[in-house]
Ligand binder design. Structure first.
Ligand code: NDP
Ligand code: GUE
Length: 285
């Protein structure tokens, strides 16, 4: 049976460290600020943005949750984003995904000041990640949190074969870039990938972010692999499960993340950590 990667425990450590950093900043009269933009009534988004708001406040971060109706106009959002850009109390701005179809998400993203782009989705920051730039910049919180987990559990990445299932701008693409920057040899799979199991079976490190319940089963995993499950699916009985069929994969893997209690808590902890990063960077020139 695989070692269980405890995302809650590592997230707790990160949050404790973040709280200490917030206290240190407070002594200099600085309070980190986070603005979360939520459009519409998606129930999951409502839960996640509330969790982020609550955690921020608990850590001493100034948190603003801006909620808009489903039919909000693009111009109103652009106006408010620009206002957050100018606001000295705000260090991080996040637009919760998914957005309603009538909005141009790219234009909204591009309107965020890259130095306040706490999700790391702005093309400027994506470019820095792809060039493995030697400077401070924000990176998408879920893959960054996964890197913290891998480091905490001392998973060797240099020279390892890594496979990422999924290529979203939120998870798959930045995950692959981070693994590559850590000198792994990376393959990215998508919906059109032929013989997925042939590819996943080569992975020393397998990260699954496809949004397909139990896509990965035991016979698709190499013995001794480290398996990271990003997927989140709510079942009829309200329990959560992932993109990985835990039951058949856990006996084969060396280490595995559970759902819940794996990647999810790390995403939020990393968001808080990165809000404080952005605050410190903005004050250190
Ligand atoms: N725990 C956490 O903190 C987070 C969890 N999530 C969860 O992770 C999952 C993925 O999220 P996200 O990246 O935003 O999802 P998207 O739907 O944006 O992307 C899914 C990706 O998976 C690919 N894909 C879908 N089906 C297959 C398949 N059968 N074989 C290979 N590739 C496939 C798609 O390929 P193509 O590009 O060809 O369509 C696409 O690139 C979701 O369940 C989401 O809820 C997301 C963010 C954070
Ligand atoms: N701009 C943007 N940034 C995001 O980071 C972002 C987003 N949009 N849209 C949606 C996804 C999803 N996401 C999660 C965050 C925390 C948990 C989490 O804490 N999960 C807990 C369980 C929570 C529960 O019980 O519901 C766990 O896995 O243990 C999950 C998923 C962030 N996302």
């Amino acid at each position: 049976m695989a070692i269980l990667i405890d995302g809650r425990a590592v997230a707790k450590e990160i949050n404790e460290n973040t709280a200490e950093r917030v206290t240190r900043l407070a002594n200099e009269g600085i309070i980190p600020g986070l603005a979360v933009i939520l459009v519409g009534e998606d129930p999951a988004s409502k839960i996640y943005t509330r969790m982020k708001d609550k955690k921020a406040k608990k850590l001493g971060i100034h948190s603003v949750l801006s909620v808009y109706p489903d039919d909000v106009r693009q111009e109103e959002l652009l106006h408010d984003i620009r206002q957050f850009n100018e606001d000295k109390m705000i260090n991080g701005i996040l637009i919760q995904e998914p957005l309603p179809d009538h909005l141009d998400g790219n234009e909204l993203l591009n309107a965020i000041d890259p130095h306040k782009d706490v999700d790391g989705f702005h093309p400027y920051n994506v470019g820095l990640l792809y060039s493995n730039a030697n400077e401070n910049y924000p990176v998408s919180c879920t893959p960054k949190g996964i890197m913290s987990l891998l480091k905490h559990y001392q998973v060797k990445l240099e020279g390892a074969r890594a496979v990422v299932v999924g290529r979203s701008i939120l998870v798959g693409k930045p995950m692959a870039a981070l693994l590559e920057n850590a000198n792994a040899t990376v393959t990215i799979a998508n919906r059109h990938t032929r013989n997925l199991s042939e590819i996943t079976r080569q992975a020393d490190v397998l990260v699954v972010a496809a949004g397909v319940k139990h896509l990965i089963t035991g016979e698709m995993v190499k013995k001794g692999a480290t398996v990271i499950d990003v997927g989140i699916h709510r079942l009829e009985d309200k329990t959560l499960t992932g993109d990985v069929d835990f039951e058949s994969v856990a006996p084969i893997a060396k280490m595995i993340t559970p759902v819940p209690g794996g990647v999810g808590p790390m995403t939020i902890a990393t968001l808080m950590e990165q809000t404080v990063d952005l605050t410190e960077w903005s004050h250190n020139g």
